[in-house]
Design a protein around this ligand. Structure first.
Ligand SMILES: [Zn+2]
Ligand SMILES: [Zn+2]
Length: 258
């Protein structure tokens, strides 16, 4: 009997997981499976959205019999054709995303990307290339990485699709969470420009970390479409809860969202 390198590696991974060599990347307590996926206990804590019955505006569950969910009815601007959101931006999900963005834990991008691939496969979403929502170079320099780029790069690697650094953010904008919706849209005008036009004629998977009103994704999509993208579909790691999407921003809440 012949063993391929992949099957030997898989056998070793199973053995190492059985011996407890791996840890879940989120809790670092429970044993991991060596693929950097969330352990069942952590998955339980996260409000992971089902793909079926999702709202194409925000990727979360559609709570209406209409085309979009109740909170997306307030946000008619939706130039992307579909969306998948992985989880709700609350509780453990919020802590997870904030740890990746602000607490220097970029390694959390991997389990998120693996969950994204699982959900994308389930959704049957079609795309030819992956494009991350960029950060302004100054913010990227301070953080030293862009969390959306990390997730997008890992999705591209897992799916075998090209990663295109198609967009750049040419203007620093005030933090979106401090603005009302109308102000968000105005705030984003002229924010994105094209860095690499090789996405023209392609169906794009746009990757963002957190979706609140969808204004950022909409602004990025408009620029991609104006520069020849065939279609844009959105993958966001987390979507804010419905009440928080509609409510006016509370003073001092969510100071950092980008
Ligand atoms: Zn865990
Ligand atoms: Zn929605």
């Amino acid at each position: 009997m012949r063993y391929s390198a992949a099957s030997v590696k898989e056998l070793f991974r199973c053995f190492a997981a059985w011996c407890g060599f791996f840890r879940c990347p989120m809790c670092m307590k429970n044993g991991g499976n060596g693929r950097n996926e969330f352990c069942p206990e952590c998955r339980e804590k996260l409000v992971i959205f089902p793909v079926e019955g999702r709202c194409p505006g925000c990727g979360g569950p559609n709570d209406t019999v209409l085309a979009v969910c109740s909170s997306c009815l307030e946000f008619p601007l939706r130039p992307y054709v579909d969306a998948v959101a992985l989880m709700e931006y609350s509780g453990a999900g919020r802590t997870l995303i904030r740890s990746m963005k602000f607490r220097k834990q970029p390694e959390l991008a991997r389990p998120l990307a693996l969950l994204a691939v699982e959900k994308l496969n389930e959704s049957g979403m079609v795309f030819d290339a992956v494009v991350p929502v960029p950060l302004h170079w100054r913010r990227r320099l301070v953080r030293s990485y862009n969390q959306s780029e990390l997730v997008a790069g890992l999705i591209a690697a897992e799916t075998g699709k090209p990663l295109i650094w198609g967009l750049k953010k040419i203007r620093e904008t005030p933090h979106q969470a401090q603005l009302k919706r109308g102000e968000r849209l105005k705030n984003l005008k002229g924010t994105f420009a094209v860095d690499d036009p090789s996405f023209a004629g392609k169906q794009i998977l746009l990757v963002d970390d957190v979706l609140t009103t969808g204004a950022t994704a909409a602004a990025a999509t408009q620029v991609l479409m104006a520069n020849g993208a065939k279609a844009v579909r959105l993958l966001c790691c987390a979507r804010t809860p419905v009440k928080a999407r509609s409510a006016p921003p509370a003073a001092g809440r969510g100071k950092k969202t980008t």
